[in-house]
Design a protein around this ligand. Structure first.
Ligand SMILES: [Zn+2]
Length: 274
């Protein structure tokens, strides 16, 4: 075995019990072919993942992708229109999503919704309107919300405050901020979902922020196929690799990986109502 390969342990080698939850993956997107979904989910189970949240990016993606998971009750759905798709959203989309939520009890949260000024700052006003409409939908359906916010934290928090979302079930997906932003999110009672970049050595501000978080407010995610954690960085991400993010977050918090794994799994089950 080459040295390079020896540096990359298999996810199952961490020996975690099957109580973890992958809170955010895009298995229905272009990153995975339909044929490989069973194997991807089998590797996730073997690594200790009990449930996987698949994020459908809008009503068309949901209609096209939901059948992929028909034989996989461990997969639950999250449905929302991503801010980067705001320009192409049509007026009937929110109503179509409402109908989907009412028909499918396996859809557990509205998301990912929010604001993204990194990829697309030109549609800020359109994004804000779509974000507000979908927050209203989450409230109407009494479902949790999964927030995507990139280079837009101040505007995201302002809208959440304006609509009175403090204290409601809401998770800041793919948290990548510093300790100051973490405090702003935490004091509103929101959850944090921690992705693979927390394992990157240069990400010291994120490591510092995560070290100060309340473990009862944490979820873990891959955002697969993106944001692969070390030591698999450079390869496609998939749910099984979540264990490496768990190990890093546990180390930052001074906890055993197995304890953090169970805690974040329990947090996710309570948050999504699994
Ligand atoms: Zn995502």
């Amino acid at each position: 075995m080459s040295k390079k390969k020896a540096e990359r342990p298999e996810p199952a080698s961490l020996g975690l019990p099957r109580v973890g939850v992958e809170s955010h993956a895009h298995l229905d997107g272009e990153g995975f072919s339909p044929e490989e979904i069973p194997a991807v989910l089998e590797r996730a189970a073997g690594a200790g993942i009990a449930q996987v949240g698949n994020v459908y990016l809008g009503p068309a993606a949901y209609a096209a992708g939901r059948g992929l998971f028909a034989g996989h009750p461990e997969v639950f759905g999250i449905l929302g229109q991503h801010p980067c798709d705001a320009a192409t959203a049509v007026p009937g989309d929110v109503a179509a999503m409402e109908a989907a939520f009412r028909a499918d009890g396996n859809l557990k949260a509205v998301g990912e919704i929010g604001l993204d000024y990194y990829w697309d700052a030109t549609t800020a006003e359109v994004q804000k309107r779509l974000f507000r409409d979908q927050l209203a939908l989450a409230r109407e359906l009494a479902l949790p919300a999964v927030i995507h916010s990139r280079d837009a934290a101040a505007d995201t928090l302002a809208i959440l405050d304006d609509l009175g979302f403090a204290g409601r079930p809401l998770v800041w997906h793919c948290f990548g901020g510093d300790a100051a932003l973490a405090r702003e999110i935490a004091r509103r009672g929101f959850y944090f979902s921690i992705p693979g970049p927390v394992t990157y050595r240069k990400n010291t501000a994120l490591a510092e922020a995560v070290a100060g978080l309340d473990p009862t407010r944490l979820l873990l995610e891959t955002d697969a196929p993106y944001l692969t954690p070390e030591p698999w960085r450079g390869k496609r991400n998939e749910p099984a690799l979540l264990v490496f993010t768990a190990a890093r977050v546990a180390a930052l918090l001074g906890l055993e990986t197995a304890a953090l794994w169970r805690q974040t799994g329990d947090n996710a089950r309570a948050f999504f109502g699994l």
